[in-house]
Structure formats: structure tokens, C-alpha cells
Design a protein around this ligand. Sequence first.
Ligand code: AMP
Length: 131
Amino acid sequence: MADIFSKIAAGEIPSYKVAANDEFYAFLDINPVAMGHTLVIPRREVDYLFDMEDDELARMIVFAKRVAKALKKAFPCRKVGVAVLGLEVAHAHIHLVPMQSEKDMDFRKEKLSPKPEELEAAAARIRSFFE
Ligand code: AMP
């Protein structure tokens, strides 16, 4: 049975899409640590980022870089933070977080719960800067 992120990439479960190509998919985290918090995933089912083959992982990082550039334009920040946790969802993903300070990378703090219209607006803004 496909995992939740595979279903999201396949469009079987709705998500706030940020960017996509034939191999990778980027969408907003629904409980962000900061507005614009985005997840980048391979469409292929693989549990953990560092289980991926070198070539595929390299392409994913380059795709994530393009997403991060759009994210920085959409949500001006000091840097876009990059994190790999994977403790909750067993499908490889990279967290990209617009960071004003290191506190924005504290995944233990209470997460935000934006309204659907706020998430849709954020996703549309990031999409508009994606090249
Ligand atoms: P982790 O596996 O520890 O890296 O955490 C998984 C992340 O996925 C968390 O930040 C969740 O808020 C996020 N998440 C879980 N389900 C969804 C979903 N359906 N749409 C968007 N983000 C999700």
C-alpha cells in the first residue's frame, strides 16, 4: 500500500503544491515551523533520504535548491534552513524552512496551524517565483 507522501505526489491526497517535475514533488507542510515551510519528496517510494542512490539524491538536492530559491523570494529570510528528520513519515523528504533565526529550525516548538486559504496563498506565492 502506498504511503501518504506517495499518494500526495500522485495527487490522490490533496496538498498545497509548490513545485514538481517527473521525479520530485514539493508541497507545504500543513503544520509548519515557519510560514513557507516546504517538504521536497521523491515520487518514488523510499523510506529515508540517505537510502537513495547517489544520482537520484543529487538530482533531488538540485531540485530542492530551485525550490529554496523560490522560497527565499516568496518569504524573505536570512537563509532557507534545511533539515532531514523522517521520524513521523517513512517517505524520504527534505524540510525547507525560511529562517529568521535558529529558533525557526526548532522542530520541538509548537507548530503553526495556518488556515487553508493562508496555505493556498503561500503556495501560490512560492509557485510564482519557481524557475
Ligand atoms: P518527519 O517525518 O519527522 O520529518 O515529519 C513529517 C512532517 O510532515 C511533519 O512536519 C508534518 O507536519 C508533515 N506532514 C504530515 N502529513 C502531512 C500532509 N498530509 N501534508 C503536509 N505535511 C504533512
